[in-house]
Write a protein that binds this ligand. Structure first.
Ligand code: 18C
Length: 258
């Protein structure tokens, strides 16, 4: 298709999901557009202030020190390259509730409050308590989406999962023992295929996946800054290493899901 002069090329394709009927849809659509375009930016392009705080092989994690009303809300941006898996496989395991207890080590309990459509769910999660702070819970919508690969139209699709805090009349925040956290998370995955030698077939050895994970978590109530930053430093690398190893292990003897 030819573009007319001045026509704007959308970052994400027009929504075809049945979720477009839902009251949350305008917010989901806007948040996905913003989060995906921010995740696509390189560390240098995002402005100054990103500091590398963890590195392990191909995995690099950056944070910006930020506080709101004295509470640490440091944005995090991580990039990782993992061989043998596709972006669709990574996003599938991150989005689907059936796998969550397998890889999410901070989780105490998870419920799906609402199935908006097969690509959009609302979750309520309680997380393990960290002494001396109160236990935290989070209520968020989660949306998985396939995006066109603009740089390589014949290449594999790009996949994303965006999670964003929302509310639910039956589960008001700070109503019981938990303090509600506010989170915005974007996982963006791009698969690269190294073409197999002539006469040989494509295997998982020909695949690599570039993963970008961006997160901002507002602890929602008092938490000592030093403890919080120590939790960040320990938990984020642990999460990304464990989660990607989990996806590799889950998919190793299965057909490739592009
Ligand atoms: O993105 C991730 N997971 C998704 C699916 O679960 C989803 C969830 C995000 C969780 C947000 C954090 C919720 C609070 C966690 C409390 C910490 C428990 C640690 C327990 C250790 C024994 O998007 C992967 C998420 C990876 C999580 C990394 C940890 C983030 C820490 C944020 C701290 C928030 C406040 C904690 C308050 C207490 C601190 C003293």
């Amino acid at each position: 298709e030819r573009l007319k002069t001045g026509q704007v090329v959308p970052i994400t394709p027009p929504p075809t999901s049945p979720a477009i009927q839902h009251r949350l849809w305008p917010e989901i659509e806007k948040t996905v557009q913003i989060q995906v375009s921010m995740a696509k930016m390189g560390i240098g392009e995002c402005g100054s202030g990103w500091q590398l705080f963890a590195e392990d092989g191909e995995m690099k994690m950056y944070r910006r020190e930020e506080e709101v009303d004295g509470m640490v809300v440091d944005p995090l941006k991580a990039v990782h390259i993992v061989k043998g898996i596709t972006g669709h496989e990574v996003c599938h395991h991150f989005f689907n509730p059936q796998y969550r207890y397998d890889w999410e080590t901070t989780l105490e309990h998870m419920t799906v409050l609402e199935t908006i459509s097969e690509d959009t769910l609302v979750f309520l999660q309680t997380h393990k308590r960290i002494w001396p702070a109160s236990q935290r819970d989070g209520l968020f919508w989660s949306h998985i989406r396939k995006l066109p690969n603009e740089k390589d139209r014949d290449g594999p699709d790009i996949w994303t999962v965006v999670n964003n805090s929302t509310d639910h009349p039956d589960y008001p925040p700070n109503n019981g023992k938990c303090v509600r956290v506010f989170l915005t998370v974007c996982l963006l995955c791009q698969t690269t295929v190294d073409p197999p030698k002539e006469g040989t077939s494509l295997t998982r050895d020909n695949l690599s996946c570039k993963i970008t994970y961006c997160s901002v978590v507002n602890p929602g109530g008092w938490a000592p800054a030093s403890v919080l930053r120590a939790v960040y430093k320990r938990e984020y690398p642990k999460f990304l290493k464990r989660f990607t190893a989990y996806v590799k292990n889950q998919t190793k003897n299965k057909p490739i899901m592009f």
